[in-house]
Design a protein around this ligand. Structure first.
Ligand code: ATP
Ligand code: MG
Length: 296
């Protein structure tokens, strides 16, 4: 397929920990992909965009070069790219709250750890040399960083380096290799990125449309629509309790003077405890409804 100048290009990971997250986000934003799982590109049927399926490490380069206007990538890969690139023409437009993990410094169980000064003069194996080098500078420690592209957790056993710095989500892989985390270096989540290069007017407009859909998807994730009835004296307390609701709608109830219906969009999670508090404050007939789509 030729790169089509009038369509947006969105780079996502072909297969790996970010691919389901990325596909789901595009789907939730209403983008219907044409091709199957094995293709390298897919046309979006109902939006002027094409999807490129690539290695996650290539996503920042594609977006910064302007080959793709958007991409979905781990914050860790993006940060490593920014620190190593002379002209990182890329910006985060939406943190996605998914694929959370952190880059942690780890060492064999028996290592005595007395803070970052323990690293002085030591070697650290990692796939993220730029992030680790910056962290060492912040800590005021001199240590050498050895770049490994994979299987970093083997480095201590292979005597490549006594310390490693690797991505951890549950810690199970570290534990299985006889390692324990000793310091947090960088917290990461998946992010939607955009090129900072100039776009043609049609692409700029399409990009804004995509972004506004994605923001809608992210906002509706925890959002709920709440309906309840309450006497007028309970309204101030109730509006204070409603989580993340701005300007609720208050409507008089027909045939019940002094009683009102309250309708509100709550941007934060609504728990049973919230409902109990609302009841305690005088609310009755409380309904919590999911919100399917939202555009602010
Ligand atoms: P590719 O073949 O595309 O280069 P990869 O093997 O480099 O893939 P994955 O292991 O699929 O990458 O991880 C992609 C991203 O998922 C990571 O960069 C990170 O942002 C995120 N992630 C979340 N949890 C973890 C974890 N426990 N370990 C590694 N990465 C994780
Ligand atoms: Mg990779």
């Amino acid at each position: 397929m030729l790169v089509d100048a009038d369509r947006l290009h969105i780079a996502i990971q072909k297969s790996g920990r970010l691919s389901d997250v990325s596909r789901q986000l595009l789907k939730d934003a209403g983008l219907r992909l044409q091709n199957g799982r094995n293709a390298l590109t897919a046309r979006v049927e109902n939006f002027p965009a094409d999807i490129m399926f690539v290695r996650d490490d290539d996503i920042p380069t594609f977006v910064a070069d302007g080959v793709c206007e958007f991409g979905i990538v781990g914050g860790n890969v993006l940060e490593e790219f920014r620190l190593s690139s002379s002209e990182p023409a890329i910006e985060v437009v939406a943190p996605l709250g998914q694929a959370r993990c952190s880059l942690k410094l780890a060492a064999p169980e028996a290592t005595v750890w007395e803070g970052s000064s323990t690293l002085e003069g030591q070697r650290i194996a990692t796939s993220y040399p730029a992030i680790v080098t910056r962290w060492l500078a912040e800590q005021g420690v001199r240590a050498s960083v050895v770049k490994m592209n994979g299987a970093v957790e083997l480095a201590p056993r292979l005597r490549i380096a006594p310390f490693i710095c690797d991505l951890v989500s549950t810690g199970a892989t570290l534990e299985a290799n006889g390692l324990r985390p000793v310091a947090d270096v960088f917290d990461s989540e998946a992010v939607l990125v955009r090129t900072t290069r100039d776009l043609s007017e049609p692409k700029r407009v399409q990009g804004e449309a995509l972004l506004s859909r994605v923001e809608g998807v992210l906002q509706t994730k925890d959002a709920k629509y709440i309906l309840l009835n309450a006497p007028s004296e309970a309204l101030p307390a109730i509006t204070r309790i409603l989580p993340g609701a701005e300007a609720p709608t208050i409507i008089p109830l027909h045939g019940r003077p002094g009683h009102f219906a309250v309708h509100a969009v709550c941007q934060e999670s609504v728990f049973w405890e919230t409902l109990e508090q609302l009841k305690g404050a005088g609310a009755s007939a409380v309904l919590v409804l999911p919100i399917e789509k939202m555009m602010l």
